[in-house]
Design a protein around this ligand. Structure first.
Ligand code: ATP
Length: 237
């Protein structure tokens, strides 16, 4: 049942006081799929992920995981059900070691968690640095750690918020290679990126957010050629 949506977002609105950050956003993600949410700074991408992961309560709309309405579930219950966010800005704990940061991720799903050794196979750079404080890692390595900390919880759906932000081009390539491997392992991915071209190249389906609403949606390969998307978000290569 590959075509069944694992995640459904239906008419979601998010407001912060009088600021309408997300307006009537709907999309669904098939199990094992990789979708990209792209758009300018402040378009509402992070707010969509915040609503899906339970960090903010949508003003209206529904969120379903495997058909179950999770709209009112607290964030930790969503993690327990396999829906895990890798937040923007990584949010790893610099004074703890790499291994300790990984264990925090595992703790969130005690019984289902993967062994640490599995993460070191997936992220060899972390194996070499497991005893170092996380603050000693480069920006790209910290991003890898943030992704590994999510993956150790064996998520069914992983929400990645701007994983390539602020990274050197070589690290951007490595982060996208990791995203491909995650996807190849059968985990469903929702990827939020300002790097629209890279994100759409990795994704099956894309949604372009403009001032809180979805302005364009479709197969990622089509969006990459859509003149409106090219002009506003892709430009010349
Ligand atoms: P970015 O890439 O800069 O994170 P984004 O597309 O993810 O942008 P959001 O962070 O979701 O966009 O922000 C959408 C809108 O909501 C913006 O106008 C932003 O200023 C506003 N906003 C976001 N978080 C808050 C908050 N906690 N309180 C008030 N306004 C907020």
């Amino acid at each position: 049942a590959k075509e069944n949506p694992i995640l459904e977002v239906e008419s979601v609105h998010v407001a912060y006081g009088r600021v309408q950050a997300v307006r009537d956003v709907s999309f669904s993600v098939p199990e094992g799929g990789l979708i990209a949410l792209v758009g300018a700074n402040g378009a509402g991408k992070s707010s969509v992920l915040a609503a899906v992961s339970g960090l903010v309560r949508p003003g209206s709309g529904r969120i379903r995981l495997e058909g179950k309405d999770i709209t009112r579930w607290p964030a930790h219950k969503r993690v327990g059900a396999g829906l895990v966010l890798v937040p923007e800005g990584r949010q790893i704990l610099g004074t703890l070691t790499v291994a300790e940061n990984l264990r925090l991720g595992a703790h969130r799903r005690r019984r289902q968690a993967a062994p640490e050794s599995e993460m070191y196979e997936l992220f060899p750079v972390l194996a070499e640095r497991r005893a170092l404080p996380a603050s000693a890692l480069s920006g790209g390595e910290q991003q890898m750690l943030a992704i590994a900390r999510a993956m150790i919880a064996r998520p069914r759906v992983v929400l990645l918020d701007e994983p390539s932000m602020g990274l050197a081009p070589k690290m951007v390539d490595e982060v996208f290679a990791v995203i491909e491997r995650i996807r190849a392992s059968g985990v469903t991915v929702v990827l939020v990126e300002q790097n629209a071209r890279r994100a759409l190249r990795a994704a099956d389906t894309g949604h372009v957010l403009e001032t809180g609403a979805i302005a364009h949606s479709g197969p990622a390969a089509h969006l990459l050629k859509d003149p409106r998307v090219v002009k506003a978000y892709l430009g010349v290569e």
